[in-house]
Design a binder for this molecule. Structure first.
Ligand code: UDP
Ligand code: MN
Length: 355
């Protein structure tokens, strides 16, 4: 083999080698390009999918936001509709004419405590649904409080605001059981005094009802009492340690009282269990509540003062078979952590925020 040959042979081999290399190289490059293309393609598809996904996600977020907005708007419109309904069904502010029937004069004694505004809110919003009503609110305080004054001015009811403080010796102490002393005596008397001195009985027809601020009243009760001729009566739920107390009715007349406690009282029922025609208070001008009577006799002393007889009683609520008022009592809220906060942080809740 000549050198050239060898060389050529070598060269051939080399060329083959190169060719092989080149081939391998081509295959390699193609592979890499293919891989890149594939990877790029995949990345592209992936990126596209991702973009799509992000778009969808953004759309979804936007929809969610829109839905939230619309839900808010719906509840706002619902509230508007409700307010309009309430205001329409509230002729209490309009002037009263005899054709509307008796005006209901509701007498509510009330006293300052953490739950007061909650009670007044609940009661006033029931009363908003009662037509032809005059609410006489009597505060147990030496002067009218800002809380009650503001509350009444904003309650949309036809009202009179009075006040008289219960003397300390008649006031329940915080540890006293609630039955120890009668509550609301002077406040109810002041309201009766106001009625007798401010109402023209020749033109005004009405019915008087003593509505404590913590009871629960069905709207039906107010229509039951509206045509009271002398005194109407009905059962009261959750009172006297019983499911209810009620007048016992025989042949359409009240003959006795269904109560465990002192059933021999002349009118053995709770304050929430009767209403009196306004005229009666003008016929018997001295009739009122009185501290100097045995426990449980407030209702009796008033009705006896009004010369009411058992035969005068008009049983309502389907002959006293339905309960339309409940003597509910609100649990005293414990505010013990207010003091603890003061001790620990120097202040409790903000007294500027009205409760
Ligand atoms: N009341 C009042 N001063 C008091 C306690 C009570 O004016 O010191 C009011 C009270 O807000 C309610 C009515 O008198 O409207 C009857 O009081 P309460 O509900 O405590 O009596 P009970 O439910 O025990 O009959
Ligand atoms: Mn009560």
């Amino acid at each position: 083999m000549s050198g050239e040959q060898a060389c050529s042979t070598f060269s051939d081999v080399g060329c083959i080698g190169l060719a092989l290399n080149a081939q391998a190289c081509h295959v390699g490059i193609a592979g890499i390009i293919g891989w890149i293309l594939l990877a790029f393609g995949m990345t592209c598809t992936d990126t596209m999918a991702r973009t799509e996904w992000i778009k969808e996600k953004e759309l979804l977020v936007a929809y969610k936001e829109k839905l939230k907005e619309m839900t808010k708007q719906i509840s706002f419109l619902k509230q508007q509709l409700w307010n309009a309904t309430i205001l329409r069904s509230q002729p209490a502010k309009k002037s009263f004419s005899p054709t509307q029937g008796n005006t209901l004069f509701l007498i509510t004694p009330t006293h300052t405590r953490p739950e007061q505004k909650a009670e007044l809110t609940r009661l006033s919003q029931t009363l908003l649904l009662v037509p032809n009503l005059h609410w006489i609110v009597v505060e147990d305080s030496a002067s009218k409080t800002l809380l009650v004054s503001k509350f009444l001015s904003e309650c949309s009811l036809n009202y009179t605001h009075l006040n008289v403080k219960t003397p300390d010796n008649y006031k329940l102490q915080s540890k006293d059981p609630n039955w120890l002393k009668p509550r609301g005596v002077l406040q109810r008397n002041l309201a009766l005094h106001w009625l007798r001195n401010n109402i023209d009985i020749q033109t005004q027809k009405g019915v008087v009802y003593f509505a404590d601020d913590d009871n629960t009243y069905s709207l039906k009760l107010f229509e039951e009492m509206r045509d009271t001729k002398i005194v109407s009566v009905w059962p009261v739920g959750l009172v006297g340690g019983l499911r209810y107390e009620k007048p016992i009715v025989n042949n359409g007349k009240v003959t006795q009282w269904f109560t465990y406690w002192k059933p021999r009282r002349p009118f053995a029922m709770d304050m929430a269990g009767f209403a009196v025609n306004l005229h009666r208070f003008f016929e018997f001008k001295e009739a009122k509540f009185d501290y100097n009577v045995p426990r449980g006799y407030q209702e009796s002393v008033l009705l006896q003062g009004l010369q009411v007889k058992m035969t005068d009683l008009e049983p309502k609520a389907e002959l006293c078979t339905k309960i339309l008022v409940w003597h509910t009592r609100t649990e005293k809220t414990k505010l013990k952590n207010e003091e603890r906060m003061k001790m620990q942080f120097g202040h409790g809740s903000d007294p500027q925020i009205e409760l």
